[in-house]
Design a protein around this ligand. Structure first.
Ligand code: B12
Length: 212
């Protein structure tokens, strides 16, 4: 069954994708597992794009299908726990990058765990991010990166946080398909992942450690 959803995404099957998601939710499958299969399908779409088999139109269609799947999964991902704020998180996709599907999922999962999330959107200028950090004083800043050309604006933002003395108070996270542990080390980030659930676990652990 899990293979079916991945295939339905990569084959851009607009009927099968929502049908399979609904079917699996009704069967009691873990929404995170269903999400993981959708993401695996998107990775295959990316591979076909890279190989010249798919073009921008197919990327766009896959993004629409993915959004439709997430809309079905969202209420199940949002089954929140406590009311008390676990911490404040600023999220952004930086200048040069307009990919936001993964960032939006991370935001949903964080909110489900009682974090206060300020999502600055996509194509964010480093100066705007720094202004927001100054204003909101978050516990975490999460950068979502799907395209290598946005590394520069991410580095600029981190350097500006350092220069303005704002870096020490926040944990910096990198997430998204193109991020790696090496990049995190280079940018002096505190944490890196390509999995939203792992990111949430990190935030929960850090918030718990800060609270003790
Ligand atoms: C869908 C898609 C698009 C859509 C985006 C729609 C949208 N609203 O996001 C559209 C069609 C707009 C698009 C455009 C382009 N794309 Co595109 N796209 C993709 C594709 C197929 C899927 C990305 C995706 O959404 N995956 C699913 C999500 C759920 O996964 P994710 O983002 O990794 O997120 C997960 C985790 O990483 C984590 N996470 C995400 N962010 C964060 C942040 C933090 C802090 C944490 C903790 C966790 C976390 O949470 C998620 C769930 O676990 C990828 C292929 C791939 N392999 O990724 C190419 C891909 C990213 N695109 C690519 C390219 C080249 C482009 C274009 C330049 C194409 C063009 N010629 O115009 C443009 C770029 C425009 C720009 N300036 O940004 C390349 C990038 C290559 C590179 N190495 O830099 C890829 C890799 C395709 C490829 N293999 O060549 N694209």
């Amino acid at each position: 069954m899990s293979q079916d959803l991945k295939t339905a995404i990569v084959e851009l099957d607009r009927d099968a994708v929502p049908a399979l998601v609904t079917q699996r939710l009704e069967a009691g499958d873990d929404p995170l597992e269903i999400l993981g299969d959708c993401r695996a399908g998107m990775t295959l779409v990316g591979e076909r794009f890279e190989e010249g088999e798919y073009f921008l139109a197919e990327l766009l269609i896959s993004a629409e299908l993915f959004k439709e799947a997430v809309a079905l999964l969202d209420p199940h991902l949002e089954e929140a726990g406590s009311r008390e704020t676990a911490g404040v998180v600023v999220l952004a996709t930086m200048r040069g990058d307009i990919h936001d599907l993964g960032k939006n999922i991370f935001a949903t999962l964080l909110r489900a765990h009682a974090f206060e999330v300020h999502d600055l959107g996509v194509n964010v200028e480093p100066t705007h991010l720094v202004d927001e950090v100054q204003e909101l004083k978050p516990d975490f800043v999460g950068f979502s990166s799907l395209i290598t050309t946005a590394f520069d604006s991410t580095r600029q933002a981190i350097e500006m946080l350092e220069d303005k003395g704002l870096r020490a108070g926040v944990k910096i996270m990198l997430g998204g398909g193109v991020t790696t542990p090496g990049l995190a080390k280079h940018l002096r980030a505190d944490f890196q992942t390509s999995d939203a659930s792992t990111g949430v676990t990190y935030c929960l652990e850090e918030a718990a450690a800060a609270g003790t």
